[in-house]
Write a protein that binds this ligand. Structure first.
Ligand SMILES: Nc1nc2c(c(=O)[nH]1)N[C@H]1C(S)=C(S)[C@@H](COP(=O)(O)O)O[C@H]1N2
Ligand SMILES: [Mo]
Length: 466
């Protein structure tokens, strides 16, 4: 049970998070509306040609560091500014090796992770730009981030993982030791259970990056945790693991041993190269399908026990408060969810006619079985086309051809996973979670159907629509 004082304080914190997310999105949109590369561009059509001057002035308006561009360079983050010739067939191209051997993206591509600043700027989030996502993999440089104490800078040559507690042989593994074990590669999403938390009582964020940007997908490579637990020889009665990060937050979570033995692994690679510092370099725990918080980054210690450890992240945070004031603990699994990424909030359909609706659907409980799309606010549903491969605990890309007749309508998608679970409406979810009549509403695990309204003028907005 929490005290009224605690509840009150958490309400204020919650409001602050929502307000900060909204303010960050407004600031971001201000730039994006002037950026001809963005689907949120609202400038004149002609402005799409001489885009460079628009970008520079838009970035200057935001302040040099806000889009993380390289200091002094006019190119967007991750790109190098080059002179564009009148005719690329008439001049030699850029010589080999100018990139130093590591590539960059086109100077005409501008999407970035959306940052919202917290007072410390060390405990915050960045959100993935889903509105321009293709396929199912998130480029490593656009993977969402959630750090509680900044990005730890760790020399892999000095890093080790210590496993102790209810084991017969406590052991310390260097990165080199770990990499000698047989490895696996798996494509999995990671979703923060705080994804979409702004949307419980009313539509709040404007864009799909704002509502759903705390999910990203990579191919992860690493060593099965079961292999290492066999190495240290578990004592009888062992039931839980504590995973501890080597960042300044020293983040800790309890993992059920059953899950650890089933499919957890220690990832040292992401999308074919070493895991990014933001994702936990040099080592992160993968807990497939469980809430993002349990995927401990910069992993340095595992302790084995017969009971959960009751850490801050599973008592004060990452619990689900019920209207009676009690909180549900250990709601690990991420339920089936989906979202239409095109068309989505703040976009503008230029005219009636053909569009391909597309989006992502995923489930922490296994494979996606089916995705339905409604183009009439949930009255009728059509089965969307799902692209292969369909992998467990991995998003699918869905598509549906659509002819918009120019009338106001609401677009929705719903995910059905292999357990038979059907993604609920917001109304059904709120009812299932005990309504919003408590002193503090639910925070985590909002997985309801997202509705995008198309106005007769083609403008797309976030709405609640049962
Ligand atoms: N050591 C450590 N691990 C951590 C965190 C952290 O702050 N420190 N944040 C957690 C949370 S809340 C989430 S949602 C995911 C985010 O992973 P990402 O930043 O790679 O997207 O990492 C989890 N693991
Ligand atoms: Mo999270």
């Amino acid at each position: 049970m929490r005290t009224t004082k605690q509840k009150h304080r958490e309400t204020e914190e919650q409001l602050t998070i929502t307000e900060r997310r909204m303010a960050a999105e407004d600031k971001y949109l201000e730039v994006k509306r002037k950026d001809p590369d963005s689907p949120y561009f609202t400038g004149p059509k002609e402005a799409r040609l001489p885009r460079r001057s628009f970008m520079i002035s838009a970035m200057a308006a935001l302040g040099a560091t806000s889009l993380h561009q390289v200091a002094g360079a006019a190119a967007p983050a991750g790109a190098v500014e080059r002179t564009v010739p009148q005719d690329a067939t008439k001049v030699p191209g850029v010589p080999f090796g100018e990139d130093g051997g590591y590539g960059t993206r086109s100077q005409f591509e501008t999407e970035v992770r959306m940052l919202y600043k917290n007072p410390t700027n060390q405990s915050s989030w960045t959100l993935t730009p889903l509105e321009k996502s293709h396929g199912i993999i998130t480029p490593s440089g656009l993977h969402f981030e959630r750090h509680h104490g900044g990005i730890a800078v760790i020399d892999p040559a000095k890093h080790s993982l210590f496993i102790h507690g209810m084991v017969k042989q406590p052991k310390k593994f260097s990165m080199a030791d770990l990499k000698r074990f047989p490895s696996i590669s798996r494509i999995h999403f990671i979703e923060c259970s705080g994804n979409t938390l702004t949307e419980w009582s009313k539509p709040t964020m404007k864009t799909v990056q704002g509502t759903h940007g705390l999910i990203s997908t990579s191919e992860w490579t690493g060593v099965p945790l079961s292999t290492l637990l066999k190495e240290v020889d578990l004592r009888p009665g062992a039931k839980w693991l504590l995973a501890e990060g080597g960042d300044s937050a020293v983040m800790t979570r309890s993992i059920p041993l059953e899950k650890a033995m089933k499919d957890c692994f220690l990832a040292y690679a992401q999308n074919g190269e070493a895991i990014r510092p933001e994702q936990g370099y040099p080592l992160r725990l993968m807990v497939p399908g469980f809430e993002g918080n349990m995927h401990i980054k910069w992993l340095r210690r595992l302790a084995v026990s017969d009971t959960p450890f009751m850490t801050r992240e599973e008592t004060s945070k990452y619990t689900d408060l019920m209207p009676n004031g009690k909180a549900v603990q250990f709601s690990f699994e991420m339920d089936a969810k989906s979202v239409i990424t095109f068309p989505s909030g703040e976009m503008q359909l230029p005219e009636p006619g053909f569009y391909e609706i597309t989006g992502l659907a995923w489930s922490g409980r296994g494979r996606v079985k089916r995705v339905d799309v409604s183009v009439d606010g949930g009255r009728t549903w059509q089965q969307a086309q799902i692209e292969s491969p369909v992998l467990p605990i991995c998003p699918v890309r869905f598509r549906l051809p659509w002819n918009w007749n120019g009338k106001e309508t609401v677009l929705q998608s719903r995910c059905i996973d292999e357990t038979g679970y059907v993604q609920p409406t917001i109304k059904q979810l709120v009812e299932a979670r005990g309504g919003l009549n408590g002193p503090v509403g639910p925070v985590y695990h909002l997985n309801s159907i997202q509705s995008w309204k198309i106005a007769p003028d083609g403008k797309v907005t976030n709405v609640h629509y049962a």
